[in-house]
Ligand binder design. Sequence first.
Ligand SMILES: [Cu+2]
Length: 68
Amino acid sequence: MKEIELKVEGMMCGGCENRVQTALKNIEGVAEVVASHQTKTVKITANENVSIDSLKEAIEDIGYEVIE
Ligand SMILES: [Cu+2]
């Protein structure tokens, strides 16, 4: 397992956090996701074989921007 923290722009409320969390949890190998609109961060715990690109893509697909 590895932990990844992404900076995400565009989350405005708890509903946004839930959307991001749900989208990421749908990815195979993702174990845990904690999104915060206040700190604009998304913390992901995932298997080694989950690529950061696939996480970024899932976030951007639902309309949020990954900064780093
Ligand atoms: Cu929102």
